[in-house]
Design a protein around this ligand. Structure first.
Ligand SMILES: *[C@@H]1O[C@H](CO)[C@@H](O)[C@H](O)[C@H]1NC(C)=O
Ligand SMILES: *[C@@H]1O[C@H](CO)[C@@H](O)[C@H](O)[C@H]1NC(C)=O
Ligand SMILES: *[C@@H]1O[C@H](CO)[C@@H](O)[C@H](O)[C@H]1NC(C)=O
Length: 380
C-alpha cells in the first residue's frame, strides 16, 4: 500500500509534467501550422499576381481562364480558337495527319462540313454565303486561303470573320495550288468535328440550302472527286512516263479541282509522300497539276470511295481554256431552271436528277440579283 501510495504523487507529478509538455508541443505545432498556412497564402498570391500580366500579355483574345487545366479532355477535343498559328507546312501536315485508332468517339460529335475557300483576296459573294449559313452554326466550319498580302477583313457579323488561315502565294495550275488545297485540308482537319471537306472559289454559289446540302453529302457513300480517264492531248497526253512505277498511264486521271472529300481521304491527301514528289517533278504546264494529282492519287488508293464526279456545276460549253462567267444580266429564274433541269447522274448507285450542289463562275455584279432570287430558287 505504502509503495502504492508513494507512487501516487510521483505519477501525478509525471502526469502534470507530461501535460505541460503536450500543451507546449501543441502550441509549437499550432504556431508552425499558422506559419505554413500564412506562407502558402502569401506564395499563392504572389503566383497569382505574377501570372495575370503574363497570361494577359500572351493571349489577350482568348477567353480561357488562367487556371485552365491543359490536360482536360474538353481542351483536347475543342477546335483551335484562333486559326492563325505559327506552324510551317511540314509541321502542319504532320500535326493534321493524326487520326484516332478507336473509331467510336467518347463524346457527342456532330459531324460538320468544312467549307474551304481558295481565293485571291476578297469574297464578293460573301453576303449570299452569310445568308446561306445563317442559323446552321453547329453544322459547318469555314476556312479561307487568300493571298498572304490580302488583309481585308470581314465584320464580326460575317461568317468569314477571322476565318483566314496562314497562306502562301498560289500560281494557278501549278503545284503551289495543290499545296494551298492541302493547307486548307490540314487546317480544317485540326477540328476533330469536321467530317466532310469542300473546296470552293470566290465565284462559287450554293444551289440549295444548307440542310439539303448537308443531307446530300452526309448520306452519300462516296466522296465527290471528279475523276475520269480522258484520251487525247488534254488527258493522257499530259502523262509523263517518268512517273512510273508509282503512276502508270492507265492509272492517270483527270478531274475538276473543285472536290468534296471525307475525313479519311482528307488525311490520305495530307499524308501523301508517295505521289506528291512525282507530280511536283513531272507535271508542269501544259500539265495542270490541280486537274490530275488528287484524282489520280485517290483513284489508285481508294477507287471504291469516289463518285468520280464533281458537285460544282461549270459551263464549258463556250469552249476554250476558261469556263463561262455569269454577271448581272444572266441571273434570271430561267437561267437556274436550265441548270436544274436535265441533270442526270448516279447517287449511291441510283439514278438521280440532283447532281450539282454548287455552281460557278459568278461575277461580283451577280450578287444583287442572286440575293433577290435566293429564297425562291435556292431555298435560303
Ligand atoms: C519547318 O520547320 C522545320 C523545323 O525548323 C524544318 O525542319 C522544316 O524543313 C520546315 N519546313 C518548311 C516547309 O519550311
Ligand atoms: C469510280 O471509278 C473507279 C475506277 O476509276 C471505280 O472503281 C469506282 O467504282 C467508280 N465509282 C463509282 C461510284 O462508280
Ligand atoms: C431547304 O430546301 C428544301 C428544298 O430543297 C426545303 O424542303 C426545306 O424546307 C428547306 N429548309 C429550310 C430550313 O429552309
Amino acid at each position: 500500500m505504502a509503495m502504492e501510495e508513494g507512487k501516487e504523487p510521483v505519477s501525478a507529478n509525471k502526469l502534470s509534467l507530461s501535460r505541460a509538455l503536450t500543451l507546449r508541443i501543441l502550441v509549437i505545432c499550432l504556431l508552425f501550422l499558422a506559419l505554413v498556412v500564412g506562407l502558402s497564402i502569401i506564395s499563392m498570391h504572389s503566383i497569382r499576381f505574377s501570372m495575370i500580366p503574363q497570361i494577359a500579355a500572351k493571349a489577350p483574345s482568348t477567353v480561357q481562364p488562367w487556371f485552365e487545366d491543359a490536360n482536360a479532355f474538353e481542351n483536347f477535343i475543342r477546335p483551335p480558337s484562333n486559326l492563325m498559328h505559327n506552324m510551317n507546312d511540314t509541321e502542319l501536315l504532320w500535326r493534321a495527319s493524326f487520326a484516332p485508332q478507336i473509331k467510336e468517339y467518347p463524346f457527342k460529335r456532330v459531324p460538320k462540313i468544312a467549307f474551304m475557300f481558295l481565293t485571291k483576296g476578297p469574297l464578293p459573294l460573301a453576303p449570299l454565303w452569310d445568308r446561306f449559313f445563317k442559323g446552321h452554326e453547329r453544322l459547318y466550319s469555314i476556312y479561307v486561303h487568300a493571298l498572304p498580302s490580302y488583309t481585308g477583313g470581314y465584320p464580326p457579323s460575317s461568317v468569314f470573320y477571322r476565318r483566314q488561315i496562314p497562306s502562301q502565294i498560289v500560281e494557278w495550275g501549278r503545284m503551289s495550288m495543290c499545296e494551298a488545297e492541302r493547307r486548307l485540308l490540314a487546317n480544317a482537319l485540326l477540328d476533330i468535328s469536321n467530317e466532310w471537306f469542300i473546296l470552293l472559289s470566290e465565284s462559287c454559289i450554293p444551289l440549295f440550302n444548307l440542310s439539303m446540302i448537308y443531307s446530300y453529302i452526309s448520306r452519300s457513300k462516296h466522296s465527290f472527286m471528279g475523276s475520269f480517264d480522258e484520251p487525247g492531248p488534254y488527258g493522257r497526253g499530259r502523262y509523263d512516263q517518268r512517273m512510273q512505277p508509282e503512276v502508270t498511264l492507265d492509272q492517270w486521271r483527270k478531274g475538276s479541282q473543285w472536290f468534296e472529300v471525307n475525313r479519311k481521304l482528307a488525311i490520305d491527301i495530307v499524308k501523301d509522300t508517295t505521289y506528291y514528289p512525282k507530280f511536283k517533278e513531272f507535271c508542269h504546264p501544259a500539265c495542270y497539276v490541280d486537274e490530275h494529282y488528287y484524282p489520280t492519287m485517290l483513284t489508285i488508293q481508294s477507287p471504291h470511295l469516289l463518285a468520280n464526279r464533281t458537285l460544282t456545276w461549270t459551263d464549258w460549253s463556250r469552249g476554250g481554256a476558261h469556263p463561262a462567267t455569269f454577271g448581272k444580266p444572266d441571273i434570271t429564274e430561267g437561267f437556274f431552271k436550265r441548270i436544274f433541269e436535265g441533270q442526270s447522274c448516279l447517287y449511291n448507285g441510283q439514278p438521280s436528277t440532283i447532281c450539282y450542289l454548287f455552281a460557278r463562275k459568278f461575277a461580283p455584279s451577280a450578287l444583287d440579283p442572286l440575293l433577290g432570287l435566293a429564297s425562291k430558287v435556292f431555298g435560303y
